[in-house]
Design a protein. Structure first.
Length: 133
C-alpha cells in the first residue's frame, strides 16, 4: 500500500508525534513498510510558508523533512506537481477547498489514485479522496 501524507501528517510521523491518530500512525507505518509514502512538492512550500507566518511548525521541521526526502534509504518520496496533478487541481471546486496547498495535496492523491493521511477537516469533508485519520 502506498499513501499520500498531508504536510502535518508527515512532519508528525517523522517525529513519532502523539498528535497523529492511532489509525493515521498505523497507516503511515504500514505504507512505509510496504510501497512507501508520497509527499507532494506542495507540502515543502506549505511547510516553509507556515514557518514564516503562523510558525506552528519550525524551520528545523522543514530541514528534517528535506533530509528524510533526500535519504536514499527512505520510503518517503517527493511527488512533483506535474500535469496530472494540475489537471486534478483544476477539477476541485474552490467552494470545497479554497486553500491552494490543501488543493494541491488532495490533487496529488487524486492524480495518483491513493488515499491521503490528513486530519484537516475541510479535506475530510470534501469527499474527494479517501482520507485516513
Amino acid at each position: 500500500m502506498k499513501l499520500v501524507a498531508d504536510t502535518h501528517a508527515i512532519v508528525w510521523f517523522g517525529e513519532d508525534n502523539r498528535r497523529l491518530s492511532r489509525t493515521a500512525a498505523d497507516a503511515l507505518s504500514q505504507a512505509e513498510a510496504g510501497d512507501g509514502i508520497l509527499v507532494s512538492a506542495a507540502s515543502l512550500i506549505d511547510l516553509w510558508y507556515v514557518t514564516q507566518t503562523t510558525k506552528t511548525l519550525s524551520e528545523s521541521q522543514l530541514v528534517d523533512l528535506e533530509a528524510l526526502l533526500a535519504d536514499p534509504a527512505s520510503k518517503v518520496e517527493l511527488d512533483p506537481v506535474d500535469l496530472e496533478v494540475t489537471r486534478a487541481f483544476r477539477q476541485i471546486d474552490r467552494a470545497l477547498l479554497a486553500d491552494p496547498w490543501d488543493r494541491l495535496i488532495v490533487a496529488t492523491a487524486m492524480a495518483r489514485g491513493m488515499g491521503l493521511v490528513s486530519r484537516d477537516e475541510p479535506i475530510r469533508r470534501s469527499g474527494l479522496v479517501e482520507v485516513i485519520w
